[in-house]
Every structure is written in C-alpha cells, then in structure tokens.
Design a binder for this molecule. Sequence first.
Ligand SMILES: [Ca+2]
Ligand SMILES: [Ca+2]
Ligand SMILES: [Ca+2]
Length: 332
Amino acid sequence: MRYTCLGATRRVGIPLGRRITTSTGSPITRNRRLFVLLWFCLGSALCLSVDATAHVGDRIIPIYEVPSSDIPDLDDFSIFEWEEIVPEPSLESSDFSSLQVGSPSSADLAVRIYLAWNKTTQRIYMAMERTDDFFINEYAGGDAPNFFGADHLEFYVDGDHSGGQYACGPPDGTQDQIRLYVGAQAQRYAVIAEAPDAILFGLEGFANGWASEPPWADIRTQQIGVEPTETRFELYTTLWDNLNWNGPEASLRTLLEPNNIIGLQIGVIDHDALGSGGIRYSINSLLKRPPLVCYAENFLDARLVPCSRGDCTFADPAAIRSNSWGRIKASF
Ligand SMILES: [Ca+2]
Ligand SMILES: [Ca+2]
Ligand SMILES: [Ca+2]
C-alpha cells in the first residue's frame, strides 16, 4: 500500500508543478490551479489515511531482543528461561477476546505469551503457556496449518509492515499465480500440541514443508495434566518480505533491525467440548477490523525492542549469512 500511495502522490504532484509554472493568472487558469490543488490535497489526504490505517490498534506489542547468550533453548522442553531473558510476557489473557464471549475467564482459559528476537539469528522466538479447563483435539492430521477441531494457536506476521492481501486469492488466478501468492507478503503459522502425523507446526501456503522446518522454523511442545491441561509451546520462525514456495533462494527474508515495526496478530482457539466449533480469541483491536484474515493491514503493530541487557555486541547478522541472506544484502 505504501507503494500505491507514493505512486499516487507522484502522479498528482508532477502536473501541479507544471501548471503553476506556466500559469498566466487568468481566472480559468486560477480555477484549474484550484482544481489541481484540490486534487493534490485530496490525494495527499487519501495517502495519509491509507498509511494511517496500515495496521490497527492502540498499542504496540513489544518483541524483546535477547543477546546471543540468552537465545531460548527449545531442546530443554521448558520455558522457564523466559522469565529471565525478557522483562515480562508480551501478551496475557486480558489482551485476547472474542466477539462471542469477550475475554476468557480464568477458569476457562489462561494464556501467557512471550516474544523475543535476536539480530544474529534473525529469528523471532515465541513461548506460550496455556492452561485450559478441557483440552480438545480432534485433528486428524495431514492438513497443517489447518488444525480444525483442535485447541491450537495461530499467529500472523508481516515483517516489512507493508500490509496488503496475502491470502484468500487471487480468486481468478492460475494455479501457478496462487502458489506464488499465498503467504508471500505476510505469513500465517499455526501450532498444535500433538498430531497423528507428528507435524505440530504449519505455514499457510505452498512453502509449508520447508519454511516451517529447520533452519527456518522449529517447535517443541509439552503438555501437563488433564482438566485442566497446561500446554507449553516454544518455537522460532523466520519472517519473509517475499516468500516464494520454490525455496529460500527465491525468497526475500525480512531484515530484523532494532525498533522496526512488524505486523502481528495471534489467535488462540479453544474448544471445550467434542464436536464444538470452538472460540477464537484474538488480540483485542482486530475485532474492530473485519475481515480478520486475508489482509495484513488488519494486523497490529509490534516493535523489535532493542537489546538492553547482557552482552548485545554479539548481534552481527554477518555471522549467519547464507546464500539467501547474501541475496537480501545485495538487493539493498
Ligand atoms: Ca526453553
Ligand atoms: Ca477452555
Ligand atoms: Ca479447550
């Protein structure tokens, strides 16, 4: 949308300059000048309104940079380290609500989500602790990230904060166009605690299968207890400015830099009875902006908070430049 906006400004701006320099001051020319000026103002206002509506919400969700010495350990099957490596959870139950029932009651569902990033690895990290009165999982496998019939979590990211449609089409596209379209400009991921095919992490689009696996993404899950069940997820993933299902060499990875704003949305899906449709809890502000998915401008703002503790000097992206990383740098 930014590009559309800039293009529109240029189209209006160039004719305005020409008319003013060739003006003779006649009433007709003055009217034309006023007309052009009106269109220029209207165009500017539209551009401002487009920019102002790219992403929504009255808050900015913090994603805390951690020094390389504090990168979360997935293999310990624990999220206890998060209490030490970030100041606080980025999101809690009260940040989520559904149109049907509002925020979840503590007896029904309690969630705590930690978010972090690291400049050297250029990865986003997430940990979630979820306590649910009834854990329901009727997912049959084979369809990640569409974990229908199961308690799960999904999240949406727009690494370059561009907004725009990234799913649900194009309806008249060829199969090849659709393959290139879905998930390219923003990505939807989903996480489930257990699955018949053991695939617990999925990405919407045809890049699912490589972009949802190491070295681009990985996950561990753990569950404790029955009624209530405590579920813990710990994962990392990669953000893409242009994800091409053909592979990382054809894709453009997001460059994560301190204070950058990315688009983010998280959905927590809770079923408490077999065969029920479940309740989708989203971060509050999204409720004001249907449709919920398909358009990345409906995401909220999340800030890559700079590292402020420990030894942050390890943060050097050059340390992990892969072929695809080199391509990113070359494109700047
Ligand atoms: Ca851990
Ligand atoms: Ca529940
Ligand atoms: Ca449940």
